[in-house]
Write a protein that binds this ligand. Sequence first.
Ligand code: ADP
Ligand code: MG
Length: 260
Amino acid sequence: MNPTTMHPAPPLPEDLTGLLRRMRLPYLRAAAPEVLATAKAQRWDPTEVLRVLLSEEIRGRDEATKAMRRKAAGLPAGKTFNSWREHDSSIPAPTQSALAGLEWISRAENLAITGPSGTGKTHFVEALAHNVIDAGMRVSWFTLESLTAAITRAGADNSVNKVIARITRAELIVVDDIGMLPSGQAAAEAFYRLVDATYERRSLAVTSNLHPAGFDTIMPKTLATAAVDRLLHHAHVIVTEGTSLRLTEATAGRGVIPLH
Ligand SMILES: Nc1ncnc2c1ncn2[C@@H]1O[C@H](COP(=O)(O)OP(=O)(O)O)[C@@H](O)[C@H]1O
Ligand SMILES: [Mg+2]
């Protein structure tokens, strides 16, 4: 409905629709009837018409790219800063906002968040990941298991380099939850390869209940040491503490919606 005339905007002439299809301008085409009707009613300058139409196309494309990247990133739970309570986190507020500003990503610095289970490590990193995508960049999200599976699968058909290249196209690569279970040679190799490929080139964020310096207790020592050495060279190391928010919510009966 056109707000000025209160009538539905007239459709575009068919030949014009054809031209816009041919030029692949779907968002401009969708917006054009309304924009043209408003422009006519309000006697817009032609420059303004062109500006508004092209801006619509660009906005639509940017949105579509972000939606695609959000899907491709494989983020776990859809948690963002909207549902994040800054003051419930043991991470100092200035640190939170500095990280949310993402400058460390443009410097290809790493992030290691370590602390007990339930202290918001995954939620915080996922919220950062959403910010990264909103800022027009890409994210690849893994657990150590899914990373190991991806690299091992690639190893079977000699495409490890290709897979690593694809993963490291993202500006932020996440390996969530290292060290819940002891991991073997394959996991250590996969992790080492990723750390090496991203070193000084891309940001890598890891979460773990262990400090990275202790990764050699859950992975073969030589690989773990080499990986952690590179990981920590340019890294922000953040320690979360406190009791599990999961447990607090569960014992307060806030973990579920009552069944009746
Ligand atoms: N500061 C916070 N604000 C809002 N929710 C939080 C916060 N910290 C933790 N949570 C919630 O508590 C639960 C556990 O957090 P999670 O990030 O999975 O912990 P971890 O990865 O450290 O084990 C999740 O449901 C998460 O959304
Ligand atoms: Mg977690």
